[in-house]
Design a binder for this molecule. Structure first.
Ligand code: PHB
Length: 396
């Protein structure tokens, strides 16, 4: 008799349904060991990402077994420490040359992705990018890159269209001044202007030690109906929300529109009321209403508790594991081959906790839904509540 508690069996059964590709994995006899490098942030401005990733990898292996395609997996972790291309390059070199990893999960941050592109290409190491969002950096920079995070236009274009449709006429843009921030500025400006809106100012904030309070007067003076903000998940997003609220901007008619990174659940509780009412376009909310997500949230919380909260990073790593398992399963009983791995997963579709996703056949980037959400307090907790949906958005 199966003695596992009923809720556990139920969530496991649902989770099994959720991942069609991985669900068919038989616990085949392991013939080969595949080394997987995990190259993400365990410290720095997005330090929570590493812990989340480790938990999700454990949960995935517990759910689907640890020998996809008959291969034993060995995970080797390194800390990018944030957007630090020199560190990322040194660690990628170490993972690839010394540790001989055959697949990478990561890196995070656009500058790191750009820095190691030549290394993964030369060594033919498929790398599933989990925390960088600039468009044009995946298949375009290396044929071995895949992505399960999101691309800036995939988020920002739907948000700018929603803003124009919602009667917002004038917007001030506030971005972290590096790759994805510049991408966000260009995409929002173009889309919103084409829809008849006006950009009244652009504020660029340095990624290193920004003093947010100094920018608030400029945002006020821009005379806009709304501010559109991109900051990476973590300390910068939290710092912005606090400064915005402390400067009294929350109590003015100025609306706050952001990418999903700003009110990410990893910092939402720390932001507190400063985040209430923020409208964002994003790809994953733990309150997303689907059977696959309910199973994911229940089994994660059963294993690791309710704090820190489940967030976009969790969904991204879960999907990186789906891609990893599907690619290895496609060469079941054969020796690991990086080109066949990439060819197999390009074009594949998965059911993710965030909804349906697929890997673009042409460049390995992700195709997914964008959701427009608002931060509300529900059941005593701040949550990103989805209220509009744009299906199957291209990453380009
Ligand atoms: C990026 O560096 O491209 C990046 C990092 C974290 C985010 C979004 C984008 O939350």
């Amino acid at each position: 008799m199966d003695r596992r508690p009923l809720t556990r069996r139920w969530t496991m059964a649902l989770a099994s349904l959720a991942v069609a590709t991985a669900a068919s994995l038989a616990p085949a006899q392991a013939q080969e060991s595949v080394k997987v490098g995990v190259l993400i942030s365990y410290s720095g401005i997005s330090a929570l990402g590493g812990v989340s990733a480790d938990n999700v990898i454990k949960l995935f292996q517990k759910t689907y077994g640890s020998t996809p395609g008959g291969k034993t997996l060995e995970f080797i972790r390194r800390d990018t420490t944030g957007p630090n291309p020199d560190v990322a390059r040194r660690l990628a070199q170490e993972l690839i040359v010394r540790e001989k990893v055959q697949v990478l999960i990561g890196p995070d941050f656009t500058p790191n992705v750009l820095a190691i592109a030549p290394l993964v290409t030369e060594a033919k190491v498929p790398a599933i990018v989990t925390g960088a969002a600039t468009h044009g950096i995946i298949g375009e920079k290396s044929p071995y890159y895949l992505r399960t995070f999101f691309s800036i236009p995939q988020t920002v274009r739907p948000l700018a269209q929603w803003a124009a449709k919602s009667g917002i006429k004038k917007v001030v843009i506030v971005v972290a001044d590096y790759g994805p921030g510049q991408d966000a500025e260009a995409t929002f400006s173009k889309t919103f202007s084409e829809a008849g809106g006006t950009i009244t100012g652009v504020v660029k904030v340095p990624v290193r030690s920004p003093e947010f309070s100094g920018y608030m007067q400029r945002i006020k003076d821009a005379g806009a109906d709304a501010a559109f903000v991109f900051m990476p998940i973590g300390e910068l997003s939290l710092g912005f929300l606090k400064a915005y609220s402390d400067a009294g901007l929350k109590n003015t008619p100025l609306k706050l529109l952001t990418t999903g990174d700003v009110p990410d659940e990893s910092t939402l509780d720390a932001a507190g009321d400063a985040a209430l009412g923020v409208v964002s376009a994003g790809h994953y909310s733990p309150s997303h209403d689907s059977a696959a997500n309910k199973a994911f949230v229940a089994s994660y919380q059963q294993e690791f508790g309710k704090s820190p909260r489940i967030s976009m990073t969790h969904a991204t790593i879960w999907d990186a594991m789906q891609v990893l398992y599907a690619g290895l399963q496609a060469q079941s009983g054969q020796k690991f081959d990086p080109d066949r791995f990439v060819a197999a997963v390009r074009g594949m579709a998965f059911e993710s906790p965030r909804g349906p996703i697929s890997i673009d056949k042409l460049n390995g980037d992700i195709v997914q839904n964008a959701y427009i959400r608002r931060v509300e307090r529900r059941d005593g907790q701040l949550q990103n509540i989805e209220f509009d949906l744009i299906k199957d958005v291209s990453p380009r």
